[in-house]
Design a protein around this ligand. Structure first.
Ligand code: PLP
Length: 712
């Protein structure tokens, strides 16, 4: 895209590259690049919410001139810019180790949400962060992938807890100009506008992009003047309840997304669907082939060979289903172009034996994608069972759904302090080859004291950040005493600290550890070996039961008998997730199996030396090896699962975790505990890295799909 005007005209020539750096999210996973911005002016960096674009816009020229005249700064600048160029230059398919005839192809990755950084509020939770980490890892590896997603101009729901512990949702607009987002221009130099098929009156989307290292993410924005008022709001926020709006969103993402790729001149690509929401994109490929004279069957076969679908939802009711009537209303003019009649079209998303009638986006994706996977070994198994009836001639084991276990982008989720420690003891290979177990064996070389001190520093930082947050809420918003009390003012860094940070969906059972308050009080208030818990997370705005659980947690925070040992951190987002994942001692996870398809936050915690304490579900079934964390929970025909799981959790705390944590050597280091920390890092970091994950997608799916695609 032509860059006609400089965004930051007051930037001195000698450090003019800061503009390119600020406009590519690569900085967000490079501590040295972040430091370059931070060094310009620390308060301004903090005020901007760690957003270089916003910071550079507002920073007085004298700070920039100062930096441009500082030899030290310039040295740092040149080194970062050199690395930036190295790590954003294109990588050929040969270097990647994929066959060369795939060279001009790419992977079009469709996802309804992306979690990239807290300044870009295009996410609700785990699915989004998985997509964000996927893009970053593809950049690091040089996988030719382009992302397609939504701009949610009103996507940012701030969580505010009132004095009674009830969640209130405050919508906050996105400032498009002050984020790492750029307009995409057409050949005339205007912002690219694309019209979306099937929606009447005509609906247009404006196209924006985000550079994520080598990868580019295109965002569709419906909030533009040409659209009717109602349509401008369509993509205001994620996952609305009303089915018609949701269908329109999914038409925009799937069909509109494909129009955008065409307008960009992209024609040779395979499709990877991150969850079923964007599955209509597949229809466009079928349509193109039918227009070239193929039958529907031939076209579908070809699309099937070159498309990838990742499912994330382990319960039948969690999938998007639209009524026949709604589908007919939108698609009746469309099915002839696929070479199908009404019934043929509707059958693509339907299944007679399904207890949930209607057009199911997951079924559509499963029928049209030849490469399907769940997101952990267990979730693969559950998915094969769940969808077996789509393949009546096959046994459950033969159902063509495999698994690629999720992973996390290490440079994004490792704390900068821990990263320095790894640099020192693991050597440079851990950044370049994070999926190699052998590199991580060197974690044993880190002196116990150094690892413990680094971790302790992270814990103090978390508690400081929580106090600063409630102080701000008190002085700026006049927040009442309950919020201040609950917000962590009485936390103590020397105490064993459990973290629970995730969405307050009911199946995640945030309140499980509070279910026997008498027992918990005994543990929390023990004078010699006390325990504290930090909770954080948002309930979906329409989820009343989730909000009730949150209120139960808040009430516990105020209970004098718990002595300020329970705290709630308001407005969980990427930034505070980082503080928590780095700073608590144990990461707690207790969903109802098999609801947690994978889960990723425990992986992020583990690689920072925060061991996982979890029900055996999702990734932990693969990760747990008896020495790298703890497992609890039991299924039983008799008795209530919640009661049994909670009792087991208290047992593990009492018998194993608390004694180990408080068994401290003369120099103040809990050596047995540090051993578990080291095992957690060593065993989990390589296996649950997105490096391992993306390599598997590349080898299992992308390479064969690209090979089939060229033969078309
Ligand atoms: C990683 C992450 C999640 C996903 O966590 P789960 O383990 O899947 O519950 C959600 N929110 C944020 C901010 C995250 O960083």
């Amino acid at each position: 895209m032509p860059k006609d005007t400089r965004l930051f005209p007051h930037l001195p020539e000698r450090i003019a590259g800061l503009e390119d750096l600020a406009e590519n999210l690569w900085w967000s996973w490079q501590p040295a690049a972040r430091m370059l911005f931070k060094r310009l002016n620390r308060p301004a960096w903090k005020d901007s919410g760690h957003n270089p674009d916003k910071m550079l816009r507002g920073l007085p020229a004298r700070y920039l001139e100062q930096a441009a005249a500082d030899q030290d700064y310039l040295r740092h600048y040149h080194l970062v810019m050199w690395r930036f160029q190295q790590e954003t230059r294109p990588v050929s398919c040969r270097e990647l180790g994929v066959m060369s005839d795939a060279s001009r192809q790419s992977i079009a990755y469709f996802s309804a949400e992306y979690g990239l950084h807290h300044s870009l509020p295009f996410y609700a939770g785990g699915l989004g962060f998985l997509a964000g980490d996927h893009l970053k890892e593809c950049s690091d590896l040089g996988v030719p992938l382009i992302g397609v997603g939504f701009m949610y101009p009103r996507g940012y729901l701030l969580q505010r807890i009132n004095e009674h512990g009830w969640q209130e949702d405050v919508a906050q607009g996105l400032d498009r100009e002050a984020a790492t987002i750029s307009r995409v221009f057409d050949s005339q130099g205007n912002q690219m506008i694309v019209s979306v098929p099937l929606i009447q009156p005509k609906l247009n989307v404006a196209v924006w992009s985000i550079e994520v290292g080598r990868t580019r993410l295109y965002l569709l924005d419906t909030d533009i003047e040409q659209n009717e008022h109602r349509d401008r709001e369509i993509c205001g926020r994620l996952y609305v309840g009303d089915p018609e709006t949701r269908l329109r969103q999914e038409i925009i993402l799937g069909l509109g997304g494909m129009e955008v790729l065409k307008a960009l001149g992209r024609h040779q690509f395979v499709i990877h669907l991150n969850e079923g929401h964007p599955a209509f994109a597949l229809l466009v490929k079928v349509q193109d082939l039918v227009a070239q004279g193929r039958s529907f069957e031939e076209a579908a076969k070809q699309v099937h060979a070159a498309s990838i679908f990742t499912t994330h939802t382990p319960v039948p009711a969690g999938h998007d289903i639209f009524s026949r009537e709604l589908m007919e209303r939108y698609f009746s003019s469309y099915w002839p172009s696929l070479g199908l009649d009404r019934d043929g079209f509707l059958e693509l998303g339907e299944h007679r034996q399904s207890p949930y009638p209607g057009f199911n986006m997951t079924i559509l994706a499963l029928r049209l994608c030849g490469h399907c996977n769940g997101v952990s070994q267990e979730h693969g198994r559950v998915s094969r069972q769940m969808w077996q009836s789509l393949w009546p001639e096959k046994s459950v084991e033969e159902v063509p759904i495999t698994h690629v276990t999720n992973g996390v982008h290490l440079p994004t989720w490792i704390s900068p302090k821990m990263r320095l420690l790894f640099d020192k003891y693991l050597g440079p290979d851990w950044v370049n080859n994070p999926d190699m177990s052998i590199v991580w064996e060197f974690v044993d070389e880190i002196p116990d004291e150094e690892l413990w001190q680094t971790h302790y520093w992270q814990k103090i930082k978390l508690i400081d950040a929580m106090r600063a947050k409630v102080r701000r809420r008190r002085s700026r918003d006049r927040a009442g005493p309950n919020l201040v009390l609950a917000g962590g003012t009485m936390l103590d860094p020397s105490i064993l600290t459990i973290g629970f940070g995730r969405r307050f969906a009911t199946y995640k059972r945030a309140g499980l550890i509070l279910s026997d308050l008498k027992r918990l009080k005994k543990l929390a208030a023990d004078p010699w070996t006390p325990l504290q818990i930090i909770f954080s997370g948002k309930a979906h705005p329409a989820d009343e039961p989730g909000k009730k659980i949150l209120q139960q947690v808040f009430t516990a925070c105020l209970d004098p008998e718990l002595g300020g040992r329970i705290a709630f951190l308001e407005n969980y987002d990427e930034q505070f997730a980082q503080y928590m994942l780095h700073g608590v001692d144990v990461w707690l996870n207790n969903p109802v199996p098999p609801m947690e398809a994978s889960g990723t936050s425990g992986m992020k915690a583990a690689l920072n030396g925060v061991p996982h304490l979890s029900i055996l579900d999702g990734w932990w079934l693969e990760g747990y090896n008896r020495v790298n964390g703890w497992a609890f929970g039991r299924e039983s025909a008799e008795g209530n699962r919640d009661v049994l799981d909670a009792a087991d959790l208290y047992d593990v705390l009492e018998q194993e975790i608390i004694p180990l944590y408080y068994d401290v050597s003369e120099n103040g280091v809990p050596c047995g505990w540090v051993r578990v920390m080291k095992e957690a890092i060593k065993s989990n970091a390589p296996r649950f890295s997105s490096r391992r994950m993306v390599k598997q997608y590349l080898e299992k799916f992308y390479a064969p799909a690209m090979a089939m695609n060229t033969r078309g």
